[in-house]
Design a binder for this molecule. Structure first.
Ligand SMILES: [Zn+2]
Length: 77
């Protein structure tokens, strides 16, 4: 039995449980920021797919709500 690979289709709960690291990168200015999964879970709920949250994240650099998200699966370490 293997776990499914983590991606932006994974839910916040899955990513947090796996200890994944999520980085949001602004498509407009390139600012990268780490995403706090606990905060996201409290705001949006554990069953919310990451890709939906990506649409809601505003860039800390320029304020554009146009970020791509990248998942780093710490289980690979
Ligand atoms: Zn930006």
């Amino acid at each position: 039995m293997t776990n499914p690979p983590l991606s932006d289709h994974s839910t916040i709960g899955e990513l947090e449980a796996a200890g994944a690291n999520v980085t949001a990168i602004c498509r407009s200015c390139g600012t990268a920021a780490s995403v706090n999964l606990r905060t996201m879970r409290l705001s949006f709920g554990a069953a919310t797919p990451l890709r939906r949250i990506a649409l809601r994240i505003a860039c800390t650099g320029c304020g554009a709500a146009d970020c791509s998200v990248h998942v780093t699966d710490s289980r690979d370490d």
